[in-house]
Design a protein around this ligand. Sequence first.
Ligand code: HEM
Length: 405
Amino acid sequence: MAIANHPTHPEVDLLDGRWYANEPHETWTWMRHNAPVYYDEKCDTWAIMRYKDVLAIEKDDETFSSYRSPRPHGDPLPMMISMDDPEHLRRRMLVNRGFTPKRVRDKEPEIRAICNEIIDKVCENGECDFVWDIAAPLPLILIGDMLGFPRESYEDLLHWSDDMIRGTTVSDPAATEKAMMAGIAFREYQLKVIADRRTREPQKDLVSILCHAEMNGEKLDDESLIQETLLILIGGDETTRHVITGGMLALMSHPDEREKLMANRHDDAYVVRAVEELLRWVTPIKNMSRSATKDVEMNGQKIEEGEQIVLMYPSANRDEEIYEDPFVFDLERETNNHLAFGFGTHFCLGASLARLELKVMFEQLMERLPDIQLKEGAELPFRASNFIVGPEAMPITFTPTAATS
Ligand code: HEM
């Protein structure tokens, strides 16, 4: 690497999950202003802090390859997020069938029914843990059902995917070890599911569709099926939940905004716009990685061929060059082209599904548990991960109400 006029900040640690757990917006702002293309010597990785630079990289997939994505210095994996076009596109077209706008739109009644079931389980108690009782189950149930996994396996799926994400930090070798064990357990489990789907007539679930799909006369091998379904499971169940929790947290600490959402909860367009601000505010995926395919200059820094880059989404989404008052939580923000779902060829495949889950969940929460508060003395431990971050627990109280079924 060639570094010119590069001020450093003692707290930056691009691969340490503890750094991200504290959501260090002050440091990220300092980096945007003083070293927007930041080289972290500890892990030999560049961080891209400004919105326009993140966008430029997302648009230029010839210079910035996803081959080793999603983690810096990671090994290439047989999943779409770790591929470049045209191979990536072929793979994405296969999986995309389950996520067309129409298929997603048709899910609204089902999503509402699941939200109500989830709220029914806790509403009479007057208290619960928001993360585990409300936020985590919705995306897990939806993605588990779409993949066609039996419901009795959902608890295992949740533990495995949680452990895999908890392992994305360099600061905790025990968590890395647990993540490996979870990966092995998921692999063994998924091999059995794949064997079952292969021997049966094609079904409507995604695992079955992928098992029977042919590309250029070839079918996906076991390893590709395992990795692709793991990507969808983790993409589905580890992200949306944090926007539900982080969004609720933001609403609790901005009572005026919460009142506006409450007053407009039956106005579809209002809630749709509000959800975009929740996504910008929380930005649960902290970065995605790319590798430079040739030497390239950016903001006076020379990134050399093969070097690793992380696109720092939470920083881009608070960039004052793009957003007026980026640190103001404003559900009525007029222009909000945030990068929480990335951009370009790898733009999140599940974005429409996540948006719909968030819209319906917040409508139901406003309707049925309108006075949620943090439990007195509640602690909010944030998960240490250099990839996907959010609270591990959020005890809440509310006025008990009757279940609907
Ligand atoms: C709020 C929730 C979510 C957020 C914030 C999120 C964010 C992201 C981001 C940042 C990327 C990478 C984009 C890039 O590199 O440019 C991505 C890719 C992806 N996401 Fe999501 N995601 C969410 C929900 C979901 C859901 C529900 C699914 C379920 C299917 C999903 C599946 C995927 C897949 C398969 C990719 C890889 C796409 C590709 O490589 O072409 N995500 N997501």
